[in-house]
Design a protein around this ligand. Structure first.
Ligand SMILES: Cc1cc2nc3c(=O)[nH]c(=O)nc-3n(C[C@H](O)[C@H](O)[C@H](O)COP(=O)(O)OP(=O)(O)OC[C@H]3O[C@@H](n4cnc5c(N)ncnc54)[C@H](O)[C@@H]3O)c2cc1C
Length: 509
């Protein structure tokens, strides 16, 4: 490895911070240039128009992968921040998912047992795939020994880790959709609705879409060792860690172009025209922004540019930041329950119908929702109101007629929906802010404002993520790498793209 190389990381999202920290730890001189006024990307806290400090777009996560916590000596998210998932029901018979079990008034013994078995089975599948998630995805052509080693490990894990019977079952369910799998396993529509919700959250997919077993597996694989938590303070922790390792951070520094000379990446030019020269450039921005804007098609092979241009990355999740006059008083959400992760996805048909509208550029009158109300003690000194955050799924980027006049109508649909499950909610809303996928695109500098910086269909996953030709964090431009969610294994707060990219870079230099 060549020490003292100068590295520029474009973007200080959590993956940029993780990648930069690994590289600084390995002795490289690292500079992060971030367009926004703070680092953290989509997990940086949001200050609303009333000055309230709210969780970033990513308000609930399993936290960073355990290996990253260990390598960078970072604490796991504290247990006080952990969240149960409560799936709301109109008649108040909500169900709670906690510690790998499901409970609620109407849950049968059979379903409760099936749920434990289901989670156990799916955790085994995700363990078998773990080697793929935490490693550079192997090339299938021109393999080196790292690629061969990873492939052998995957094969071994599937065949001997799972055993013959479970491997066969994995191959069967992996190819179908979550809708069919859940119908085989459970009777209760609410259990099926809630699991289907998680399988499609952040994706433009419905429960009947192929690959939704894989998207669900991806979600639970990240939670292998951690429980679901509020993601508060994660970006601060990562920023402090990066700085302590010697990473320099400049905010309000928006990159305009990557400087390419003779096919080799030499540094970056900011929108302010300032130039930063470097030996390596690593982009935490999405693949479309990186290749089509920063590099430019004139430096890329036509087929490669076409593949990048064709990445499906129209966002489908809107964020609503809320100020409430008072906490909802609901006898079915007494005590701590109000502050858990509340979801509205009463059954799989409901989820599928909500998705169907988004296919035609519409939002549903019955959206699927995830809401987290802040605890009073979590609000911190700068917070002066009761706040909540909502992820509203299937809010299409390319809404028919545009978002302009539809903003209030959409938010009203969301509030009317919550009202059915938490009576009195509507009257408690003091103010709100809506971030549509178009707003997210603009404010977070990500084409399409997509949760994962690109859909996670099988054609855009693993050794095809983001596209063939840049799937191992390397790119067609020498000394330019990717380290964000558009690279394997995709989005969510895991740090894995940043970790895997650092591994690849350290191996390559
Ligand atoms: C509405 C919404 C809700 C979500 N909720 C959750 C959730 O609850 N849980 C969860 O786990 N995940 C959630 N996600 C997904 C998660 O936030 C992302 O997958 C994750 O943040 C990706 O991390 P990243 O570091 O790769 O990229 P980002 O967080 O997008 O960071 C990229 C950084 O690069 C910077 N950048 C881009 N272009 C430039 C430029 N020209 N110059 C300089 N800097 C630039 C950006 O400003 C940004 O700071 C959500 C996403 C959305 C959109």
């Amino acid at each position: 490895m060549t020490n003292n190389l100068k590295v520029i990381v474009i973007g200080g999202g959590h993956n940029g911070l993780v990648c930069a920290s690994y590289l600084a730890k390995a002795g490289l001189s690292v500079q992060i240039l971030e367009a926004r006024d703070s680092v953290g990307g989509a997990c940086a806290p949001i200050i609303d128009n009333n000055g309230n400090k709210l969780a970033g777009l990513a308000h609930a996560s399993y936290g960073l992968n355990m290996q990253i916590l260990k390598d960078l000596d970072l604490p796991a998210l504290p247990i006080q921040l952990s969240l149960d998932t409560i799936s709301l029901s109109e008649d108040g018979s909500h169900i709670t998912f906690a510690n790998n079990s499901v409970s609620g008034r109407k849950i049968s013994e059979r379903d409760s047992k099936s749920y434990r078995g289901f989670i156990e089975e799916f955790k085994k599948y995700s363990e078998a795939l773990d080697v793929l998630t935490t490693n550079i995805p192997p090339r299938l052509k021109d393999m080196d020994w790292h690629d061969k080693k990873t492939l052998i490990k995957i094969g071994w894990n599937l065949r001997f880790g799972l055993g013959k019977k479970l491997m066969r079952e994995f191959l069967r369910v992996g190819g179908i959709n979550i809708f069919d799998v859940l119908n085989e396993k459970f009777d209760d529509p609410a259990i099926k609705g809630a699991i289907a919700f998680d399988a499609v959250l952040g994706h433009k997919m419905g429960p009947r879409t192929p690959n939704t077993v894989l998207s669900y597996l991806q979600k639970i694989s990240f939670g292998e060792n951690n429980s679901l938590c509020r993601s508060d303070n994660l970006s601060t922790l990562l920023e402090e860690k990066a700085k302590s390792l010697g990473v320099k951070i400049l905010t309000n520094s928006k990159i305009d172009r990557i400087i390419i000379e003779d096919g080799i990446c030499k540094g970056v030019k900011l929108e302010s025209a300032e130039i930063f020269k470097s030996d390596l450039v690593i982009s935490n921005a999405d693949a479309k922004t990186t290749f089509l804007k920063f590099v430019g098609t004139e430096y890329l092979d036509a087929m490669f540019s076409h593949r990048v241009d064709s990445i499906r990355q129209e966002g489908a999740v809107a964020r609503i930041n809320l100020c409430l006059k008072a906490l909802p008083k609901d006898q079915n959400l007494e005590g701590d329950k109000l502050f858990q992760r509340l979801i509205i996805a009463p059954d799989m048909q409901y989820v599928e119908h909500a998705f169907n509208h988004s296919k035609y550029g519409e939002y549903s009158d019955h959206p699927i929702l995830e809401m987290i109300i802040n605890r009073v003690e979590d609000r911190g000194p700068s917070v002066n109101s009761i706040t909540a955050t909502i992820s509203a799924s299937f809010a299409p980027y390319d809404l028919k007629g545009g978002w302009g006049k539809n903003r209030n109508l959409f938010v009203n649909r969301v509030f009317e929906t919550i009202e059915k499950y938490i009576p009195g909610f509507n009257n408690l809303v003091k103010s709100y802010e809506l971030l549509t996928p178009c707003d997210i695109e603009e404010q977070y500098n990500c084409v399409g404002g997509h949760w994962h910086h690109g859909e996670m269909g099988i054609d855009q996953s693993f050794m095809m993520r983001p596209v063939h030709g840049s799937a191992q964090y390397k790119t067609p431009c020498k000394n330019l790498y990717l380290c964000g969610a558009s690279a394997h294994p995709g989005g969510g707060i895991t740090g894995l793209p940043g970790h895997n990219a650092a591994k690849q870079i350290i191996r390559a230099i």
